[in-house]
Design a protein around this ligand. Structure first.
Ligand SMILES: [Fe+2]
Ligand SMILES: [Fe+2]
Length: 304
């Protein structure tokens, strides 16, 4: 029997060219439409249809199609400069990337970065607006997009070359890719984590690194950022407690600790203004946990 995967209703129009299945009252998986048949428009308009499934064999080609549709949508949002649409577009892309097979996302995310890059090159203030806009996505997706926006803002501020900015942006977008292996309740909670939950959360670095290492054609700085973004320069970080941390991981690690202070409300503390969030991080910088120069540059970049 074919292995089936449920589809999201919001994506149904993408499935016109693929076989769709449904589950009968007796729990039998049955073919609803073959590849050459089209979806019934009236049924779609009335929004009256059962939960459809696709075959696992079609997953990769569907995801490819989905990512390219989402990239086109993002390009349109950028050309119309709708910050909300841009943020939502990016969040949708990251959501699919975190769920789907990594090999597909890896080949469409550089295109996403390319689209974003040419959109914001003329107006890097747009990055600030993207981070500030709430998109109602899950917290990990919103966080990944915000870290991408802030990292790009930092790189533009530092006048890095186009290729450097795109490489840093990809590192930022993928830094928490290992969280796809972690229980959603641990990732999404606003409560303080128990020691056991925190120990589970910490494994996202190694898990993401192992995933990424399967694709050696990608720049090594991406897998190193995934592995090292929670390491600290005084050796008190995780997973390995190393002091010799890649530069990309130092930058993204610092932005990674700033982002939730500024943008994520928790039950035990409200979001902070940039100055107050940076004051908290300053204590860690003075203790030798973060790169001082990167911190100074980030402050200048965020508080203009
Ligand atoms: Fe992380
Ligand atoms: Fe993170």
């Amino acid at each position: 029997m074919k292995e089936l995967i449920p589809i999201k209703k919001s994506h149904i129009m993408l499935y016109n060219d693929f076989s769709l299945y449904y589950i009968s009252k007796d729990g039998e998986p049955l073919l609803y439409k073959a590849t050459d048949k089209k979806l019934d428009r009236e049924m779609l308009e009335k929004n009256q249809y059962p939960q459809f499934f696709i075959s696992k064999d079609d997953e990769a080609s569907i995801l490819k199609k989905l990512q390219s549709v989402l990239n086109i949508k993002l390009a349109k949002a950028i050309s119309s400069k709708g910050v909300k649409a841009i943020k939502q577009g990016l969040c949708q892309i990251v959501e699919e990337a975190l769920q789907g097979p990594l090999e597909i996302s890896l080949f469409s995310l550089p295109e996403t970065i390319e689209i974003l890059f040419y959109g914001v090159k003329k107006n890097s203030d747009l990055l600030h607006a993207i981070a500030a806009m709430n998109s109602n996505s899950t917290k990990i997706i919103e966080h990944s997009v915000n870290v991408l926006a802030l990292t790009s803002q930092y790189c533009f501020f530092k006048k890095y070359s186009d290729d450097e900015i795109k490489r840093f942006a990809l590192c930022a977008l993928l830094h928490d890719i290992g969280t796809s292996h972690i229980d959603k309740n641990i990732i999404e909670t606003d409560e303080k984590l128990t020691d056991k939950e925190y120990a589970i959360l910490k494994t996202h670095t190694i898990k993401g690194y192992r995933d990424m290492r399967l694709y050696p054609s990608f720049d090594k700085s991406i897998s190193l950022t995934i592995l090292e973004h929670h390491e600290l320069l005084d050796g008190s970080g995780y997973p390995n407690g190393i002091k010799n941390i890649s530069f990309e991981a130092q930058v993204i690690g610092l932005i990674d600790s700033y982002e939730p202070l500024k943008y994520r409300n928790k039950k035990f503390r409200a979001v902070l203004e940039p100055y107050d969030a940076l004051q908290i991080i300053k204590t860690d910088v003075l203790q030798g946990k973060y790169n001082k120069q990167v911190f100074v540059d980030l402050c200048s970049c965020l508080i203009k």
